[in-house]
Ligand binder design. Structure first.
Ligand code: BV8
Length: 369
């Protein structure tokens, strides 16, 4: 027996005179076909016929008229259905229902229109009902901003499998950072210093930048973000193909002699060798506590932050100076994305409590570029 498919509402719009419904159903070959129903509360044609020289009496006129339904022909391709939808002034109509299977397609249409913010928000909620107000605010700010900077911390890499520092499962859970990530530790307790950094280097081997990293790189290519400043030393922004990156705390992927500054290799460091030139201690090119940040990276990040009209801070507890000061150095809008958001982050205009990866994916779903 031939399978019978029911018409489903793909998109329902309401306006002052009634509603417009776009319906779809699968045919026997499981291809979607589409049609449009216009439900008018009163007939516009008959209203137009009203003699201009007779005084208009709305209640009388409307009483005479019946609700009408006008149906379109069936369309067999989405492109034709899309044309039917685009015949209407979507900026003046309210979305009542969007079928989840067609949310992306409908959003594709809407995102090409210039809608005022409150209308755009109605469409976002209709197409993607789980979108929170904060995600919408970030999306909207991102599309309006002319200069956007992203500042990331260790929380950005947690979903790539790298522990952060200060969370209960972070690197510092059993150890005080000041006993290990310092020049004193390097000079006076090299075994501990070496152990800590060799574990970190080996942890990195099995890890890759997650989708959130790739989204930031894509946004850079589409001119939505202009600079990434990071406290992370894992090189993941570069690995995900972001180009404009300031590594404020250096990199754990390159090595040098602490004494004569000559370059060394990862293997030399991991094999606990001494410097070939001066026999000094080898170290990763990270910025230890008590050391100044790399001037070029710092000045570049600061310069971008001062010009920015949007700064998005992701996955950092902002406890380490001087990076902790950067979000205060912009006149732009500030957004904080973190797994935990405390009162301490009251300076931010928008706070999003959530994972870095999921938040970026949710915002990216709304970006059509
Ligand atoms: C300097 C080495 C001057 C690299 C690191 C007293 C008061 C104020 C300041 C100081 C002070 N005493 C000393 C200072 C200065 C000191 C400092 O700030 N100390 C603090 C700790 C008190 N700063 C310095 O020494 C800096 N240099 O000031 O120079 C100077 C000037 C001229 C001449 C000489 C000197 C140097 C700082 C460099 C520090 N280096 N480590 C390494 O091993 O990696 S710090 C370390 O912390 C890491 O580098 C890391 O990048 C950095 C920042 O940490 P976060 O990224 O914020 O990570 P954290 O774990 O804290 O937070 C992660 C967040 O993510 C959490 O909130 C978590 O909830 C969230 N999260 C987790 N998962 C997710 C998530 N969010 C979203 N999604 C998820 N999935």
């Amino acid at each position: 027996m031939m399978k019978e498919f029911q018409w489903k509402t793909i998109l329902k719009l309401s306006g002052e005179g009634g509603s417009i419904t776009f319906l779809g159903k699968k045919n026997e070959r499981e291809h979607w076909i589409y049609k449009r129903n216009i439900n008018e509360i009163f007939s516009l044609e008959e209203m137009d016929d009203h003699p201009p020289n007779v005084e208009y009496q709305p209640s009388k006129t409307i009483k005479k008229l019946k609700p009408t339904v006008r149906k379109s022909n069936e369309a067999t391709h989405w492109d034709s259905a899309r044309k039917m939808i685009e015949e209407y002034p979507l900026e003046y109509l309210k979305p009542v229902h969007v079928h989840p299977e067609f949310a992306e397609k409908v959003w594709d249409i809407i995102s090409t229109k210039k809608l005022p913010k409150h209308r755009l928000k109605l469409w976002v909620k209709a197409c993607f009902p789980t979108t929170t107000n904060e995600i919408f605010e970030l999306f909207y700010a991102l599309t309006k901003s002319k200069h956007t900077v992203v500042l990331t911390g260790a929380g950005m890499s947690v979903e790539s499998g790298i522990p952060d520092f200060r969370s209960p499962s972070g690197w510092w859970k059993n150890i005080d950072p000041l006993t290990v990530a310092t020049v004193e530790a390097l000079e006076e307790n090299y075994d501990l210093f070496y152990e800590f950094y060799s574990v970190r280097i080996n942890t990195l081997k099995g890890c890759e930048p997650h989708e959130g990293y790739r989204i930031l790189a894509k946004w850079e290519r589409s001119d939505l973000i202009h600079e990434v400043a990071t406290q992370n030393v894992d090189g993941f922004h570069f690995k995900a193909l972001s180009n404009h990156v300031d590594e404020l705390h250096g990199s754990i992927l390159t090595y040098r002699c602490h004494q004569c500054e000559n370059e060394a290799s990862r293997d030399q460091f991991l094999n606990k060798e001494s410097c070939n030139f001066c026999n000094g201690k080898l170290r990763p090119n990270v910025v230890l506590f008590g050391e100044a940040l790399l001037e070029k990276a710092w000045n570049n990040a600061l310069n971008h932050i001062q010009q920015a009209d949007l700064v998005i801070v992701i996955g950092t507890s902002l406890q380490v100076y001087p990076v902790s000061q950067l979000p205060k150095m912009t006149n732009g809008k500030t957004v904080y994305i973190n797994k935990e958001v405390s009162e301490f982050q009251s300076l931010f205009d928008v706070k999003i409590e959530g994972s870095a990866r999921d938040t970026l994916i949710a915002v990216d779903q709304l970006i059509r570029s």
